[in-house]
Structure formats: C-alpha cells, structure tokens
Design a protein around this ligand. Structure first.
Ligand SMILES: Nc1nc2c(c(=O)[nH]1)N[C@H]1C(S)=C(S)[C@@H](COP(=O)(O)OP(=O)(O)OC[C@H]3O[C@@H](n4cnc5c(N)ncnc54)[C@H](O)[C@@H]3O)O[C@H]1N2
Ligand code: MOO
Length: 417
C-alpha cells in the first residue's frame, strides 16, 4: 500500500510523470523562415506547393540529335537515314526554338527540345556528323524526351507541414526555385555548469578540482538533437554569481540547462538560487541515476530551465529522458522520446527497489537475436563506462533483479529517429 512506503519513495515522481509534466508545459517554437541549408533536419511549418513544373520544359535525356521521328523511322544499319544538321542546342543555350521536318539539330542532355521535334537520337546510333548526320537506328516517338511536368506539376503539394526536411526534400525545394522554407527553428539552449571544483579542460587542475565534462557532453547532446548550444562554462557555487550568469544569458535562450547543485549538499547553488522564485519545481524522480531534478521557468519570457544533477551519468541520462523530448517538442519533431527496443539480457543484473534503473549496456543485433550486455557498474560517476555503452538497459521501478536471458527494454542511444 502506498502509505506503507518510506516517505522518500512516496514523494518521488515517476520518470513518465516528470517527462509528461515537462512536455505539457512546452509548445513548439514559432515558425521562422530559414535559408534551405539551415533547415536540414528541421520540421516544415508550411505546406509547400510547387510554383513551377518539373521538368519545366521538354528536354533531352541524351546527348544526340533532335529529330522528327517520322523522318528516321526506317533507319537501320543497312539503310541509314541521312539528315542535315542545322545547328546545336546546349543546356542553357537554346537559340534554336523550332525544327523543320527533314532536318536534325544537335542537342545536349537537359537542353530544351525544339518545337516540332519529337524524339532524340543518341550519339551512339549515329556517326556524330556535324554538317550532316548518318542515323542507323530509329528512336520511337517521344524516346529520350523528358516531358514538361512529368515529375512535378505547378500546384503539386511538395512538402506537407510537419515533414522533417532532409537532403531529398531540400533538393526538391531548391529545384522548384525556393531559397528558403518556413520551419520550426532550432531552440537556442544555454548550458551552465555549476561547481567551484570545476576547471576548464586544457587548463591546470588542482588536487581537489575536476574538469568540466558535463557542459561539453550536454552541449554536444543539444547539438546532436538539432538545437543550438551556447556552452557558457563554469559558474562557482555562489547563488548571486549563478543568477548573474543566468540573467546575462536569458536574452539568447529558448531553454537553459544547468548541471550540478540540485541535491542535498551545503552548496547546492542552483536550488538555493532558484527556489525563492517559486517558478522552478525541485524534487526527486524515481530513477537511478538522475534522482534529483528540477524543471520550471525563469525570467520575463518564462524561459524553460532544466536543472540536471551534477554526476556525469545522471546528467546524461536526465538529458536523454527529459531534455531531449522537450527539445524535440519545441522543434515539432515526433516521436518526442527515443524509441525503445526489446533485447535479451546476456548477464544477470540487480537493482534497488523504488527507482527505475538505467544501466549502461552494449546492444548488439545478431542474425536472429538482439542482445544487450551490461557495461560497467551502476555508479553515476562512471563516465568512462558510459562512453563505452551504446544503450540504456531499463530495469523497471519495482524489479530488483533480472536473470540472464530475460527480455528487457533498451534505449539505443546513437540512433537517429
Ligand atoms: N545527502 C544526499 N546527498 C546526495 C543525494 C541525496 O539524495 N542526499 N543525492 C545524490 C545524487 S543521487 C546525485 S545525482 C547527486 C547530485 O548532486 P548535484 O546535482 O547537487 O551535483 P553536485 O553535488 O554539484 O555534483 C555531483 C558530482 O558530480 C560532479 N560534477 C558536477 N558538475 C560536474 C561537471 N560539470 N563535470 C563533471 N563532473 C561534475 C561533482 O564533482 C560531484 O562529484 O547528489 C548526490 N548526493
Ligand atoms: O540520481 Mo544520482 O543520479 O543516483 O547518482
């Protein structure tokens, strides 16, 4: 029964509850017109219809000669047809607009087929003559002519609102003459690491200090999600310094991520600085790693803020579970959360009750089976092990052990979705 549980467990949010609370409070960012290449990976916020036909004019699919098919219908090796060549049409150089019967015009791939011509004879079926051409094989009517509008017609719906734009879609937009497209923009995400023990990589480190791995990891994760990362770097454990740094950054932030300073310590700067505002929830989520969490809004524009725990693995898993779905929601991307897969566990594992455990694993797809092997221990400081893993093994909240051979839910970490 719920009230038999220790106080700590009663007050924890589940992972799903916390994720949902975050998603419910966010909306997709307002649409923005972006140059095509900046729109890669973003979601169209407009229906795009074609302003032109593709091909835009009848054009040649081959380097060869434009002819009237009836003039060459009898051509064969034994009885080739001879035609005078009255000119040449290169791609982008169409000075000959019409063809008289009984003549041929040299034509290059992509060049407009002159009016009156209804087939192309490829060079390979001719003697490649300049003033006169000898044709030894007949094309059928329309052969090697790419018809105007056969691919796309004016008014066709090219891109539906909500489509994620990849190279093929961007290529199509450019092909119909569009230089920009209205999309959900990339969220600008400010990343602040807190901790007086932190040092910037590449600088000297004392016996009691550590390098700031988290802000790099989180900035990289933000970028991989398709958002823009502003890595501000290290803020000491002083609430006013933290509030000043945050205040300076809000002008360029659609969201803020902090790491560290949210548990029970004497110097938990993020909690101390933000609790008085009353706009940020701090509490525990029933997960390990990643129990101490905070989420809310800050500043005049009510900018969303994610206050993640400082332990590196906790920070990373919190990003995957809570920030990534939120960024995807802001970008209009579905699904919000990483898709999971089922796999067979290769080794037995143990887990404390009352918290969903996210163990690091190596997911391997064999010919017939998908297996996952635990990588390293459960400690939330083990960034070395984390870097060797490609997946998280989910041990449900009330499960305390799983045998080798059990089917488990796994979150692959490096798949595009
Ligand atoms: N008495 C309690 N202590 C702790 C609890 C608790 O419930 N009661 N929870 C533990 C859990 S779980 C976690 S997770 C951590 C979260 O702590 P904070 O978010 O306050 O983070 P810090 O104390 O600032 O740092 C924790 C740990 O991570 C290292 N760290 C911090 N920032 C970085 C960074 N940018 N790069 C690399 N490593 C970083 C830091 O040095 C600490 O070792 O609290 C437990 N304690
Ligand atoms: O939640 Mo902490 O992340 O267990 O180490």
């Amino acid at each position: 029964m719920a009230n038999d549980q220790p106080k700590d467990r009663q007050s924890l949010r589940s992972v799903d509850e916390h994720q949902q609370a975050i998603l419910d409070s966010l909306r997709p960012l307002p649409p923005y017109d972006q140059p095509l290449l900046d729109a890669l990976g973003l979601v169209a916020a407009e229906d795009v219809t074609s302003p032109i036909d593709l091909p835009s004019f009848d054009n040649s699919a081959m380097d060869g000669y434009a002819v009237v098919q009836a003039d060459v219908a009898s051509a064969s090796d034994e009885n080739p047809v001879h035609l005078p060549v009255v000119g040449e049409i290169g791609a982008g150089q169409a000075r000959i607009l019409a063809l008289s019967p009984g003549t041929a015009v040299k034509i290059m791939t992509g060049a407009p087929v002159p009016a009156g011509a209804d087939a192309i004879v490829p060079y390979e079926w001719t003697d490649r003559g300049v003033a006169q051409v000898v044709i030894s094989k007949a094309p059928y009517e329309g052969q090697h002519v790419r018809g105007a509008g056969e691919d796309v017609t004016v008014g066709d719906l090219l891109i539906e609102e909500g489509t994620r734009l990849g190279p093929r879609q961007l290529g199509l937009l450019a092909s119909v003459g569009r230089a920009s497209v209205v999309v959900r923009p990339r969220p600008r995400v400010v990343i602040l690491s807190t901790g007086s023990e932190l040092r910037e990589p590449g600088t000297a480190r004392g016996h009691d200090s550590i390098y700031d791995g988290n802000s790099y990891m989180l900035a990289a994760a933000v970028r991989r999600a398709g958002a823009i990362a502003y890595r501000v770097g290290i803020v000491p454990d002083e609430p006013q310094a933290f509030l000043d740094a945050l205040g300076d950054q809000l002008v360029r932030a659609d969201a803020v991520i902090t790491s560290g300073g949210v548990s029970m310590g004497d110097y938990d700067v993020v909690k101390e600085a933000l609790l008085p505002s009353g706009t940020v929830w701090f509490g525990g989520v029933a997960m390990q790693p990643g129990k101490p969490q905070g989420f809310g809004v800050v500043g005049e524009d009510q900018t969303p803020i994610f206050t993640l725990p400082g332990n590196p693995v906790s920070s990373f898993i919190s990003f995957e579970m809570f920030v990534l779905p939120a960024l995807r929601r802001m970008m209009g991307l579905l699904p919000y959360a990483r898709p999971t897969v089922e796999a067979t566990l290769t080794h037995a594992v143990k887990s404390p009750p009352g918290r969903a455990q996210y163990l690091r694993g190596e997911l391997e797809a064999g010919d017939r089976t998908v297996t996952v092997s635990p990588v390293g221990g459960p400690g939330s400081h083990l960034i070395g092990d984390l870097s060797q893993a490609n997946a998280l093994i989910v041990v449900p909240t009330e499960t305390t052990s799983l045998d080798a051979g059990a089917t488990v839910t796994v979150v692959p970490l490096d798949r595009e979705f």
